[in-house]
Design a protein around this ligand. Structure first.
Ligand code: UD1
Ligand code: MG
Length: 487
């Protein structure tokens, strides 16, 4: 394709005549929450972030968000996306929100309005809506959906096959109109030269005394303008979140999409409906994820790993061929290839378990490095510690990294053997090839190849136990006799 032809297509795709307006000022009364509605999360992101991400590839002239309730918090989420925010205070309805944004919209020919609480919408759907609007030379184009249960939504009153007469809000439906099952998604494309005069005529004729954007549709229609409706191919995309149940439904949809994406890329997921994966997680081919696993944040899992049931992995990087046994909790850590961890292991932030190492059951690591092929197999706390390669840390070993004031480091070299139930009081160093005798409390450095032993010396007392038994037996006969005598 020539450079010129390419340029032409790019122009058609960039939407430089379109501004996007996200309505995000509402409180979300029906959620019964101290958090603004659009900040609630589903599918691992806030509702409004999903909406912005769907808009970004449209490359519109600008993206504007109307904020109000918890405006600063909402603006903080939107700022990294280069969104312009406009304050709506008080929130007098969706139509009022547009009026407040008039200055920011400026001379954009078209405005795409999106509710901040409908996060499942996809870029392609918005692109189709804009294209239909432009081609149809419409004043307004509405994305609609046909739902089995339309309750809670404004309903579309069709005029002809393709055009709309009005949107009737749920509270204003007549009994016959309750049967209407085509709903308003609250996603629209408007030609602003036509919308502004129509919106100026809308009165707050409802019990909330709000200016409803939906009322502008019948005004446009009365003026003889064209209002089109585009039925979403996938009705899910139009779902809004007004209640906690809505949030759960939307979350379920996102999670399903994400699991499908991973399964399509070669990951096995058992009982997929029980597995929760955040949007930025990746996993390599032939990795197996067992039921009830959570992979969160920016977690990256390599190829041919097995993540067993009940494990929760957050912002961590796993190499290839890693086995995470059941019920491990791994946070902000690195687990290199061939590692086996768990069951019931915990890696707190900044832990790094190197190639082929083994972390066993009831082991807690914090800000520690476990070198290649080293083993911490049972019941340990390892904090602020560097362990070299091929060392063996016996069952129940504890690093005392905290003296009540500050944290101190422990250094354990290569091929070290720490006997079971030892306590390493930091700061302390155990040299390469050293041994620590079981049950030691180590407070001084142990040089390379030395044995550190720090425990009471054992003394055996011959016959002590037998003598004790004889004494006890004689004593109990005496007391029995004494009791009988008393009767
Ligand atoms: C709205 C539509 C309804 C549609 C439904 C789809 C109106 C009057 N009704 O109802 O037809 O079926 O969405 O989900 O538009 N907002 C502001 N400022 C305000 C009021 C609302 O920014 O003054 C924002 C909210 O934060 C929210 C969005 O606009 O993100 C929609 O408001 P909401 O109260 O959820 O409207 P619905 O009752 O769902
Ligand atoms: Mg809503």
């Amino acid at each position: 394709m020539s450079k010129h032809a390419c340029h032409g297509t790019m122009l058609a795709m960039t939407n430089k005549d379109v501004a996007i307006l996200i309505l995000a000022a509402g409180k979300g009364t029906r959620l019964k929450s101290s958090l603004a509605k659009v900040l609630h999360t589903a599918g691992g992101r806030s509702l409004v972030e999903h909406v912005v991400r769907a808009c970004e590839p449209l490359r519109a002239k600008k993206i504007i968000a109307v904020v109000g309730h918890q405006a600063e918090k909402v603006a903080a989420v939107l700022e990294p996306f280069g969104v312009t925010t406009v304050l709506q205070q008080p929130q007098n309805g969706t139509g009022h929100a547009l009026l407040v944004a008039k200055g920011a919209i400026g001379n954009a020919k078209y405005v795409v309005v999106l509710p901040g609480d409908a996060p499942l919408v996809r870029t392609e759907t918005l692109r189709a809506l804009i294209n239909k609007h432009k081609k149809g030379n419409a004043a307004a184009s509405i994305l609609t959906a046909v739902l089995a249960d339309p309750s809670g939504y404004g309903r579309i009153l069709r005029k002809s096959g393709d055009t709309v007469a009005a949107i009737i809000e749920e509270s204003q439906l007549t009994p016959e109109q309750r049967e209407l099952n085509e709903i308003n998604s609250s996603m629209y494309s408007f030609t602003m030269a036509k919308l502004w005069p129509a919106l100026a005529q809308v009165k707050p004729n409802n019990k909330h005394r709000e200016i409803y954007l939906t009322d502008a549709i019948s005004v446009l229609n009365a003026k003889g303008e064209t209002v089109l409706a585009e039925i979403a191919e996938n009705a899910q995309e139009t779902l809004g979140c007004n209640t906690r149940a809505d949030l759960a439904g939307v979350d379920r949809a996102f999670r399903e999409w994400k699991r499908d994406e991973l399964m399509n890329s070669g990951v096995t997921i058992q009982l997929p409906e029980t597995v929760l994966i955040d949007p930025e997680v990746s996993a390599g081919e032939d990795t197996v994820i067992e039921p009830c696993v959570q992979l969160l944040g920016k977690t990256k899992v390599g190829a041919r790993c097995v993540i067993k049931t009940g494990s929760v992995i957050h912002d961590s990087v796993l190499g290839d061929n890693v086995t995470i046994e059941p019920h491990c909790v791994i946070t902000k850590s690195r687990v290199d290839s061939g590692v086996v961890a768990g069951p019931f292991a915990r890696m707190r932030p900044e832990s790094h378990v190197k190639d082929g190492a083994r972390i066993g059951n009831f082991v807690e690591l914090k800000k520690s490095v476990v070198g290649e092929g080293s083993k911490v197999p049972h019941l340990s706390y390892i904090g602020d510690t560097r362990i070299g390669a091929k060392s063996n840390i016996g069952a129940g070993t504890i690093t005392c990294n905290y003296d009540g004031f500050a944290k101190h480091p422990t250094a354990i070299g290569n091929k070290v053997f720490i006997g079971s139930d030892s306590v390493l009081v930091a700061p302390v160093r155990i040299g390469d090839g050293a041994y620590v005798a079981a049950g030691s409390v180590i407070t001084d450095n142990v040089p390379s190849d030395a044995l550190g032993i720090a425990r009471g010396r054992q003394a055996n007392k011959p016959g002590w136990a037998a003598k004790k038994r004889r004494e006890m037996a004689a004593g109990s006969k005496d007391t029995k006799k004494a009791k009988q005598h008393h009767r």
